[in-house]
Design a protein around this ligand. Structure first.
Ligand SMILES: NC(=O)c1ccc[n+]([C@@H]2O[C@H](COP(=O)([O-])OP(=O)(O)OC[C@H]3O[C@@H](n4cnc5c(N)ncnc54)[C@H](OP(=O)(O)O)[C@@H]3O)[C@@H](O)[C@H]2O)c1
Length: 334
């Protein structure tokens, strides 16, 4: 299968036009099936996906070890095509609690040393702090990653959920390949300031939450029961009246999808793909059937009439509820 590719900014690597986000295979969306997760990573590599995204704090190293296991079990050629993007910096307790971020240079190197071991690789392709550590100037955090680049342990410097000012300061310190940030039909916050800044600086976007964590995938039902450890059980967009309103938006999208003979998830992913060659959507598939559906989005062409119909169905700002609970909103786009 031939996979479309896109560049992660002007200094980053060329990657598959869709990346695989592995978070849900370990954490945050309830239980996942380990064998099916590994089979999904293998199927993605087989289909030509080259970008795998993780965080060292996704179930405290679990997700990195899972990816390491999948890579070891993959044929050498598939293993070698994989580019691994790792987020670090979130501090966890043994009970899974969250206690802030650490972007101090010594911490950055410590996080990286452990990630290399868990992944079983000799370098990380893109390395980024998950959230700005408000106590450490971004220049120091990025400077530490730049030293890891010089030493060969990291190939490219990324950013995650930072605002335009921080993007500019980071880019003035060292070359930045991409900013990872939420972007979807119902999360368009980057369009006003952040996207113009990344475009001016030649920095790519790896977009996460393109299905808004399943909300606009077409598979999320009004009566779905969520486990207490599922992020969505506490996410404003998935609560009560907000959920009803947001799923009405999905119903409007479904009509367009049906007319085009594609699925809702494919429309939502194709919409993000249509927003620019500098944007690489990360899809959070953790089963092979979901992956196959997501990859189908690469074949969906949205013309001007389709895009206008989508805009009418889901206008900018149409979602009810913020994309994170209030305490977590305080740490995004900083
Ligand atoms: N930088 C950051 O702050 C940040 C934050 C969050 C995530 N991320 C990264 O971005 C990646 C993607 O984020 P996400 O998982 O929230 O994104 P997503 O793709 O919006 O949501 C994934 C969810 O959508 C559901 N889904 C339904 N149909 C799907 C399909 N065809 N393909 C894929 N998923 C489908 C899945 O549910 P079921 O499995 O229940 O079917 C899954 O739980 C993560 O894995 C992580 O690597 C980064």
């Amino acid at each position: 299968m031939t996979m479309n590719t896109r560049s992660l900014g002007k200094t980053g690597p060329r990657v598959s036009a869709l990346g695989l986000g592995c978070m849900g295979m370990s954490a945050l969306y309830g239980d996942a099936d380990r064998a099916e997760s590994i089979a999904t990573i293998h199927a993605a590599l087989e289909a030509g996906v080259t970008l795998l995204d993780t965080g060292d704090f996704y179930a405290m190293g679990h997700n990195e070890m899972l990816i390491g296991e999948a890579l070891r079990a993959a044929p050498a050629a598939r293993r070698e095509q994989a580019l691994i993007s790792v987020k670090f910096g979130a501090l966890r307790g043994p009970d899974g609690s969250w206690s802030g971020y650490d972007g101090r240079p010594a911490a950055v190197k410590n996080f990286a040393a452990y990630s290399l071991q868990r992944l079983g690789v000799d370098h990380i392709d893109v390395y980024r702090i998950a959230r700005l550590d408000e106590n450490v100037p971004i220049e120091e955090t990025v400077g530490a990653i730049a030293e890891l680049v010089e030493q060969g342990y990291v190939r490219h410097i990324g950013l995650s959920e930072v605002g335009a000012q921080t993007v500019r300061r980071a880019a003035a310190t060292a070359p930045v390949s991409d900013l990872q940030i939420e972007y979807s039909l119902i999360s368009r916050g980057i369009e006003d300031e952040i996207l113009p800044a990344t475009r001016e600086l030649g920095i790519g976007i790896t977009a996460y939450g393109v299905l808004s964590r399943g909300l606009i995938s077409g598979h999320f039902t009004r009566d779905r029961q969520l486990a207490a450890n599922d992020f969505r059980a506490h996410s404003p967009r998935f609560q009560g009246e907000n959920l009803r309103h947001n799923l009405d938006l999905v119903d409007a999208l479904r009509k367009i999808a049906e007319q085009k003979g594609v699925s809702v998830a494919q429309i939502a992913i194709a919409w993000v793909l249509s927003r620019g060659e500098d944007i690489v959507p990360l899809v959070g598939a953790r089963r092979r059937d979901r992956l196959t559906e997501a990859l189908g989005a690469l074949d969906v062409d949205l013309d001007e009439a389709d895009l206008a119909a989508i805009e009418r169905a889901v206008p900018a700002g149409a979602a009810a509820g913020e994309r994170y609970p209030a305490a977590q909103m305080a740490h995004v786009e900083r």
